[in-house]
Design a protein around this ligand. Structure first.
Ligand SMILES: [Zn+2]
Length: 329
């Protein structure tokens, strides 16, 4: 007969048996990774889950709860995270990509070679990913100017996230009270979305003089994207244009400059070229990058462009045949 208690088993096994209970994982994810919940709502929800699934005596959950202010997003609402929460998944994506092209049995040289190949593959992928948002616009679902402006400014993925909020602002939000004082309108917004219903109403402040809009859900601080409640208030306040102050550069199409490599080169302290020269170099890199970006989805046109560049190289070689090579000294 086995006399072992729970404490004799490694923690991970104790946890596994709880995590396999139907629905517990989803309930935990919903309450932990919830950008709209506040700290007291989190604690009530957490306790509800502990009671329902009989987890109150579990040491791991007790420990995790005791350090909740160190890892639960609801406790970081006053910090500008601007999408930091999503970074873990992006890192996982990077690791997966490198994992596809390397393995632990590689020698250093092999690893270096594959690493370089992977980086090149990623640059090519990035160029392709940059192409569509730069030169095409996705379908908009509303006739609002704001949605058009969002599609022009933001990357495709971020646009779809914001588009969801714009649509939800028309479908699930309505105002239950508006008060005005000192030039600030305070709206109490009800959100009927079943995913957020549990967590109640939201308060949005709007200052017309400088188009400042803030919401108690603090989604902008957390993700860098305005929430549906703010879009609702902007529409009610007859604001037609997307307020530029809420365009987080990191989510825009042009966050990676086409001529970033040239720019870095020209910023190098070793380079003592004058400003005109630096500007000229940047322009040249920009023009080449621009052409490649525009042609990236058309292999035949890319080949023609490459041929033209090769012809130009021949001309350049001809023109510089008698010049002394540049040295670093
Ligand atoms: Zn909100």
């Amino acid at each position: 007969m086995c006399n072992k208690t729970n404490d004799d088993y490694p923690l991970i096994f104790q946890l596994g048996s709880h995590m396999s209970k139907k629905g517990v994982l989803k309930r935990l994810n919903d309450v932990i990774w919830n950008e709209r919940i506040n700290t007291s709502e989190f604690e009530i929800e957490w306790q509800g889950i502990m009671d329902e699934y009989e987890l109150n005596d579990n040491k791991w959950f007790k420990d995790m709860f005791s350090i909740r202010d160190k890892w639960i997003p609801a406790y970081f609402k006053d910090c500008h995270l601007l999408g930091l929460m999503g970074k873990t998944s992006r890192c996982k994506g990077e690791n997966y990509f490198y994992g596809l092209m390397t393995n632990t049995k590689f020698h250093l040289i092999e690893y270096h070679d594959h690493f370089e190949t992977t980086k090149e593959a990623q640059r090519c992928l990035q160029r392709k990913n940059n192409h569509d948002p730069r030169y095409t616009n996705p379908d908009t679902k509303t006739k609002l100017l704001i949605e058009d402006e969002v599609s022009e400014a933001f990357t495709r993925t971020v646009f779809f996230e914001i588009q969801k909020e714009i649509i939800a602002s028309r479908l699930t939000c309505y105002s239950i009270k508006v008060e005005e004082y000192d030039g600030i309108n305070k709206f109490n917004i009800k959100d009927n979305d079943k995913d957020v219903k549990h967590f109640g109403d939201f308060e949005v402040s709007f200052m017309k003089s400088d188009c400042t809009v803030t919401c108690s859900c603090l989604r902008f601080k957390l993700t860098g994207c305005l929430c549906r409640h703010c879009f609702y208030v902007l529409r009610m306040s007859r604001v037609e244009h997307f307020p530029r102050k809420y365009i987080s550069r990191r989510w825009t199409k042009d966050v990676v400059s086409r001529s970033s490599n040239a720019y870095k080169m020209c910023q190098s302290p070793k380079n003592d070229a004058n400003e005109d020269f630096k500007s000229m170099i940047r322009d040249i890199y920009y023009l080449v990058d621009y052409c490649v970006d525009r042609l990236v989805s058309d292999m035949e046109k890319l080949k023609l462009y490459r041929e033209k560049l090769r012809e130009m190289i021949q001309d350049v070689d001809e023109d510089t045949r008698n010049l002394q090579p540049m040295t670093n000294t």
